[in-house]
Design a protein around this ligand. Sequence first.
Ligand SMILES: NC(=O)C1=CN([C@@H]2O[C@H](COP(=O)(O)OP(=O)(O)OC[C@H]3O[C@@H](n4cnc5c(N)ncnc54)[C@H](O)[C@@H]3O)[C@@H](O)[C@H]2O)C=CC1
Ligand SMILES: O=Cc1ccc(S(=O)(=O)O)cc1
Length: 478
Amino acid sequence: MQQHDNLIGGEWVKGKRYSPNLNPSNLGDTIAEYAQGDAADVEAAVAAAMAAFPAWATGSVQARSDALDKIGNEILARKEELGTLLAREEGKTKPEGIGEATRAGHIFKFFAGECLRLAGEVLPSVRPNIGVEITREPVGVVGLITPWNFPIAIPAWKIAPALAFGNCVVLKPADLVPGCAWALAEIISRSGIAPGVFNLVMGRGSVIGNALVQHPNVHAISFTGSVGVGRGIAVECVKSGKKVQLEMGGKNPQVVLDDADLAQAVELSVQSAFYSTGQRCTASSRLIVTEGIYPKFIEAMKERMAKIKVGDALAQGTDVGPVSSQSQLEQDLGYVEIGKSEGATLAVGGERLTLGTEGYYMAPALFSDSGKDMRINREEIFGPVASVIRVKNYEEALATANDTEFGLSAGIATTSLKYATHFKRHSQAGMVMVNLPTAGVDYHVPFGGRKGSSYGPREQGRYAQEFFTTVKTAYTLA
Ligand SMILES: NC(=O)C1=CN([C@@H]2O[C@H](COP(=O)(O)OP(=O)(O)OC[C@H]3O[C@@H](n4cnc5c(N)ncnc54)[C@H](O)[C@@H]3O)[C@@H](O)[C@H]2O)C=CC1
Ligand SMILES: O=Cc1ccc(S(=O)(=O)O)cc1
């Protein structure tokens, strides 16, 4: 079995242990073995990043831009191969995997341009004969901790701005999906950047992630994952004065009003709730439907869901691949039982599926007649499970949509300009969609939420500089 090592200070460093990376569509398929790092590997990676930082931080932006562009070009040239690896290790369908690899390539190319555009300000002083300059400088060594659901796009959208703005990086990918992170590290290692500027340490979150968070020479942590782990990281970062940025859960609402185009509303609800196996932080799991369209909506959803093909992520024609892991499958099936016991009606799906290969398959589940305070409508499930909540009118729909501790994305299906405009202004979410699925975002504009979903500056687009740079104000006597 092929073994893949950690990248520390420009060297491939063997692990004391390796763990197998399994295909969730077919547990008989082991992709490869990946090093399980330890605290000593983190120590070495941070030391390498510290040593590389002064030259990288003050070096030529042309060299940075060229390296990022080269990385982006190689990802795009290999998007089919990388997308296939992604589908094989995470369970997203192959077209979704290729789409995600393409997104990663575009992100690197976007930040190849952004590092040339990093601007400051020159202002007059309020005192005579003094000039004031405001500039942005890199933060230092940044620890990037990423989840399993976007194994190449989320590492890309943290690594690219970190490097573009002159930081050195230690990446700790999710233990479930090291394959794409390793492939990305291998591409970065050949991009012309100096040893130590980018480091990869794979392994357990409680070991590697925790060592990064605790390390005094790590200056900032950017994390995407669960609320519990994210909040713990934030507490530790505040204690030691590190910059911290968190992207966590969602319980994203999709509102459907009486005046919606029914076919469009059904299509975008199915896309939001079940594609990528419902394992997107932007997925919609609460479908909030006004009473005039409710019966037609439920019937049309049942009809549309009967056409969803669950299957091997790599097989042609699969719409929805497997759940990513045994524990995630148990969580999803557990919530189906919770929904039933809470009194919601299981309208479609929700059962474990046995297909041609041994994998973590389940039929996408839709609950109708669900109450807004049921656990299935309050807790993040992170799987192909959605519930419909009946409401009287737009006002109740908006109040229900906002009645959550999360606030990542929110959608409305309506033909009314009045309601669309009101919803865009009054939705308590970081991202709002009108007649579009709640999932499906651009790579060049800010990404992030409110309330319990996010903490710290936004990711993506030019807004990424807020987290990955620190501001300096300089005064000069003329
Ligand atoms: N918002 C999002 O994009 C995501 C949300 N989730 C949510 O989290 C739930 C659990 O998924 P997990 O993979 O277990 O998420 P998690 O929060 O445990 O893992 C995310 C990352 O943090 C690392 N990590 C874990 N414990 C850590 C610690 N003590 N210190 C530092 N780093 C640590 C993990 O190794 C991984 O790289 C899911 O069911 C879902 O609800 C999961 C993935 C993505
Ligand atoms: O990389 C993170 C990421 C990428 C895409 C989406 S969405 O499916 O387009 O909403 C969400 C998060």
